[in-house]
Design a protein around this ligand. Structure first.
Ligand SMILES: C[S@@+](CC[C@H](N)C(=O)[O-])C[C@H]1O[C@@H](n2cnc3c(N)ncnc32)[C@H](O)[C@@H]1O
Length: 289
């Protein structure tokens, strides 16, 4: 009989301890059915640190002086980073044709536009926003700031590098490729004109101190991020978005996400191309209780 080395397996108790630690850090919730996922992905970290098993790994995550670094590393292993340029075209049309003209009218004096792509993965979303605004070509004399942020170091580094391969262009019209990218040996590099509008930061959406430094936003894109959170985490993040938006600002979620049962603080607005959420409160206060 061949002998197979048994794989490292999380006990029920270890699973709950590690799962709760991850949840408290970043809101990602692994239900009982995804135990195998932590087994597989974190098993490699146990081996990497030469630890005896998951119990010792849990102690490492909790008390070791390298714990912050380790938690950051496992975020790279546990997050789903699927994204591409010009994702959800109908929503982007609502953004360029209806939301931006309204925001521009409102901010005619100030001439600043601040947009946050929260959970931006490898950067396709914030760069798409920048390309769309450049294409609109009506921002002479305006200060445009687009902030892309993500919890995973790996995707943040990719976004900063700004070089992309075919999979990122599955919904991209050829003309954008021609105007905003140069072909290199590694792939297509986003041009400086686009890059200059975008700042990429590593940021956990549950880090209230970091969020407080962001300042007010006119539009927040948070698409395909909260699907991985449980109800409590979703509510917490939505409340942060509410506080970060200026009165009248817009929140754009992914097409399979909604604020149903999460918040009544936003108004659902029916635009020609899509339905979006708007913070109607203009007093700048927090979420109405
Ligand atoms: C599926 S991608 C979505 C990318 C892009 N918004 C889009 O729709 O194409 C989800 C991203 O959310 C990030 N994320 C998950 N939890 C997060 C948290 N607590 N703080 C910040 N980013 C988080 C993940 O790292 C991942 O890159």
């Amino acid at each position: 009989m061949p002998y197979f080395e048994p794989e490292l397996q999380l006990t029920e108790e270890e699973f709950r301890l590690i799962r709760d630690l991850i949840y408290n850090h970043c809101g990602l919730f692994f239900d009982d059915d995804s135990k195998y996922l932590l087994d597989r992905r974190l098993g490699q970290r146990v081996a990497h640190h030469n630890l005896s098993g998951f119990r010792e790994y849990y102690q490492f995550l909790k008390y070791d002086r390298r714990r912050d670094e380790e938690i950051a590393d496992i975020m790279d292993l546990l997050t789903t980073n699927e994204t591409y340029f010009f994702r959800e075209a109908f929503q982007l049309k609502a953004f360029t044709d209806e939301i931006i003209p309204e925001v521009m009218k409102l901010k005619q004096r100030e001439r600043t536009l601040r947009i946050w792509s929260a959970g931006c993965s490898t950067g396709e979303e914030p760069y798409t926003i920048a390309m769309l605004l450049l294409e609109m070509g009506c921002f002479h004399g305006w200060r445009i700031e687009i902030v892309g942020s993500d919890i995973s170091h790996r995707v943040v580094q990719h976004a900063r590098k700004g070089i992309y391969t075919k999979a990122s262009f599955r919904a991209t019209d050829e003309r954008y490729l021609k105007r905003f990218f140069t072909e290199t040996d590694e792939g297509y590099r986003i041009c400086d004109e686009v890059r200059e509008l975008v700042t990429i930061s590593q940021m956990n959406l549950f880090d209230a101190n970091r969020l407080a430094l962001l300042g007010k936003m006119d539009v927040i894109f948070c698409r395909n991020v909260i699907i991985y959170f449980d109800q409590t985490s979703k509510k917490r993040v939505i409340e942060s978005f509410y506080n970060t938006l200026r009165g009248g600002g817009y929140l754009l979620l992914g097409h399979s996400e909604s604020l149903m049962n999460l918040s009544t603080a936003f108004a659902l607005k029916h635009l020609k191309n899509d339905m979006v959420y708007q913070k109607t409160d203009t007093t700048g206060g927090g979420v109405p209780k």
